[in-house]
Ligand binder design. Structure first.
Ligand SMILES: [Zn+2]
Length: 432
């Protein structure tokens, strides 16, 4: 995810700011979903079906929007699909138009985005679609208990109802205000009459083609890139589980009448050092594949020292079943920097182990707790430059913000072994 976010930022750097922000939400009443429900079921009962249909349906808008330039000439794009534990899946698209095809004035915006209820006589089908998918609320004074109402005093967090406007207007460094004429056209929702102030902006062609909520907004900021990758900041789902020793019979169903922790750690009469190893032998978990994948993915964009810290964290908190295999499989990545500095393989291994030992010691653990080779204290197998200063290294993240949206990150490993007058350090300090 981190990598994709950086890719997206590079795309913006190369092609300019996004022009269109589009959100497409699954319609639980799509025929493909309704036809496959069992009697008495609703779409909420079948997240598997909903996710599958949405995934399949998404292929068409991708082709129409990105290859056939259905609503605009697309030069570059980013999209993210979000499957939630509750709620319907949705996809976010950021479209960057080709140079020469960008929207520059309110007339251009009106050709792509509409925020009004269609005329019921001229466009009855279109009005039904807007009524079904694109009307927000009711909320505000009409329905104060609507989930979108927040704060004191309570206000709609999506800023509905909006103001009537005779014409679309452009604003400096912000999204435009869409035309919402006070023309008397209304739709009836929950026995309330709602007018153009309640319409979420849409593109008529897309709405007609896909029959679901497709919100189309003109955007002018790179903040949308961060928004669609918000999970980079939230981090992945995680949970802390505490096993109460008195309740182990309830927690561990797979083991017959365990009376102590030794029972849980024992498989086929062998007492294993970790719960994970025991579970592995018992066949309750397959392998350490997920931990190995984690290290493999991190090795693509992390420096070796960060990988060594991650390796130590995995040992302590994830209890790999086969530490030696994990060590061997990822040794090349863990030792990459030392291998470039030292020809002697024994010294390289020693240096890697010294770093991992430092991380383990900071959390009260030792290399021998995990069956890793011990550090050879022979001074010839350690880095000469670092000997006088212990193993203190510091990481300095220098973030240089330059030329508007262009930015560069430099991560520089500093230690007293590196000459502060070295060309690398000088070039970073003088870069502008
Ligand atoms: Zn609202």
């Amino acid at each position: 995810m981190q990598r994709r976010f950086l890719d997206a930022m590079t795309l913006v750097q190369e092609n300019g700011r996004p022009d269109i922000f589009l959100t497409m939400t699954c319609n639980p009443n799509w025929k493909e979903i309704v036809d496959d429900l069992l009697p008495g079921q609703t779409a909420q009962d079948r997240p598997d079906l909903v996710a599958r249909v949405f995934h399949a349906k998404l292929e068409d808008p991708k082709v129409q929007l990105l290859k056939r330039n259905f609503i605009c000439e697309v030069g570059a794009h980013v999209y993210v699909v979000e499957f939630q534990k509750r709620g319907l899946p949705h996809a976010y698209f950021l479209l960057i138009m080709r140079p020469g095809h960008k929207m520059t004035n309110p007339d251009d915006y009106d050709k792509i985005v509409c925020a009004e209820i269609p005329d019921p006589i001229k466009y009855p089908a279109m009005q039904d679609l807007v009524k079904n998918h694109m009307i927000h609320g009711p909320c505000g004074s009409l329905r104060e208990k609507s989930p979108c109402m927040e704060g004191v005093p309570k206000k709609c967090r999506f800023r509905y109802p909006r103001q009537f406007k005779d014409k679309t207007s452009q604003r400096e460094d912000s999204y435009p205000l869409n035309r919402r004429r006070n023309n008397g056209v209304e739709v009836n929702i929950r026995n309330l009459k709602l007018d153009n102030r309640w319409v979420a902006p849409y593109n008529p062609k897309l709405l007609m083609m896909f029959n679901c909520h497709i919100n189309v907004e003109v955007c002018s900021s790179i903040k949308y890139v961060k928004y669609i990758f918000k999970y980079v900041y939230k981090g992945h789902d995680k949970q802390v589980i505490h096993i109460d020793q008195d309740k182990e019979n309830e927690m561990i169903n797979e083991i017959r009448r365990p009376t102590c922790f030794e029972d849980i750690y024992t498989t086929n009469g062998v007492l294993h050092p970790t719960f994970r190893k025991s579970a592995l032998e018992r066949g309750l978990i397959v392998t350490d594949d997920n931990l190995s994948q984690c290290l493999a993915e991190a090795s693509l964009f992390q420096y070796p020292n960060a990988l060594r810290r991650l390796f130590a964290m995995i040992l302590i908190f994830c209890e790999p079943g086969d530490v030696r295999k994990l060590w061997c499989d990822h040794y090349d990545s863990l030792s990459e920097d030392y291998r470039k500095q030292y020809a002697c393989s024994k010294r390289v291994q020693n240096m890697v182990l010294i770093d991992i030992r430092v991380f383990l010691q900071s959390l009260g653990k030792k290399l021998s707790d995990y069956g890793l080779p011990d550090v050879n204290e022979d001074i010839n197998l350690q880095a000469r430059g670092l000997m006088g200063f212990g193993h203190k290294t510091s990481y300095v993240l220098i973030q240089t913000l330059m030329l508007g949206s262009r930015f560069l990150y430099y991560t520089c490993k500093l230690s007293k072994a590196i000459n502060p007058n070295s060309s690398i350090w000088k070039s970073i300090l003088t870069y502008n």
